[in-house]
Design a protein. Structure first.
Ligand SMILES: Nc1ccn([C@@H]2O[C@H](COP(=O)(O)OP(=O)(O)OP(=O)(O)O)[C@@H](O)[C@H]2O)c(=O)n1
Ligand SMILES: Nc1nc2c(ncn2[C@@H]2O[C@H](COP(=O)(O)OP(=O)(O)O)[C@@H](O)[C@H]2O)c(=O)[nH]1
Length: 233
């Protein structure tokens, strides 16, 4: 059940998990638009902190530049205070928790209502990521087939050039996926045991989306979704 703060306000807290390229960002945008949950991307937080040179951002950068995961204590120090500020918002976390230690830290700070886990075939992930282009400053994501920019190679909002990330290349991807599986499995097991895990498997986001949408429609009362939409727009 969503956490009840007072008689009128209900909050809904969800996490979306999945390997690189599984569509977390794409689906999170749809959930944010359709249900008014605030989309909190840990990758975006990291980029913001790096850009504004915060202590955690400077530290995180040293790991990201080497292609490493940012240590748990840095991630939790960055994310948890931000979540604690959002006492009046329903949110969807994307990219956090990645490890069991992060899941335990999150668990001690708030109660989750739902975890969405995306289970997408390896070949599909490779294919998608080979066509993923991003606007580095904002993290906006495009796919040359699925959601191309209006002008090829250029960000829709800023007009700046798009780039392809090195770790989206097939040779790097296999190692990333292996690492994801090892690290995410215990996290998924925890959420399964809590009875809040919902797994979706398909090759197409557009085929998964109706199931996620009906699940959320059933879990999030309409008045909360309307109130959240009104407060985020
Ligand atoms: N909990 C997290 C989230 C992010 N990162 C770091 O931040 C980078 C960018 O994160 P994100 O934008 O989530 O992108 P990816 O890890 O590339 O994930 P995906 O391909 O699934 O979007 C990651 O590569 C990783 O170095 C991290 O260490 N720990
Ligand atoms: N062809 C295709 N591309 C998709 C689909 N869903 C998402 N994408 C694209 O695949 C890439 C990975 O999706 P993204 O949402 O960034 O995944 P994340 O890494 O889990 O956040 C992006 O370029 C998306 O635009 C789909 O159903 N089909």
């Amino acid at each position: 059940m969503a956490q009840k703060l007072d008689d009128t306000k209900l909050l809904f807290r969800a996490v979306i998990m999945g390997p690189p390229g599984s569509g977390k960002g794409t689906i999170s945008e749809r959930i944010a638009r359709g249900f008014g949950l605030q989309h909190l991307s840990s990758g975006d937080f990291l980029r913001e902190n790096i850009a504004s040179n915060t202590e955690a951002g400077v530290l995180a950068k040293t790991y990201i530049e080497k292609g490493l995961l940012v240590p748990d204590h840095v991630m939790t120090r960055l994310l948890l205070p931000r979540l604690e500020e959002m006492t009046c918002h329903s949110w969807l976390l994307d990219g956090f928790p990645r490890t069991l230690a992060q899941a335990e830290a999150l668990n001690s700070s708030c109660e989750l209502d739902l975890v969405i886990s995306l289970n997408i075939p390896l070949e599909t992930l490779k294919e998608r990521l080979s066509h993923r282009w991003i606007h580095q400053a904002s993290g906006r994501v495009y796919n040359m087939c699925f959601n191309p920019p209006r002008v090829q190679g250029v960000d829709d909002i800023t007009g700046e050039p798009l780039i392809q990330q090195d770790d989206d290349k097939p040779e790097a991807l296999v190692a990333r996926l292996r690492h994801y599986k090892d690290v995410a499995k215990p996290v998924i097991d925890v959420y399964k045991a809590k009875g809040i895990l919902h797994t979706f498997s398909d090759t197409d986001t557009d085929r998964i989306w109706p199931y996620i949408s009906s699940l959320l429609s059933a879990k999030i009362p309409t008045d909360i979704a309307d109130a959240q939409r009104a407060s985020t727009h």
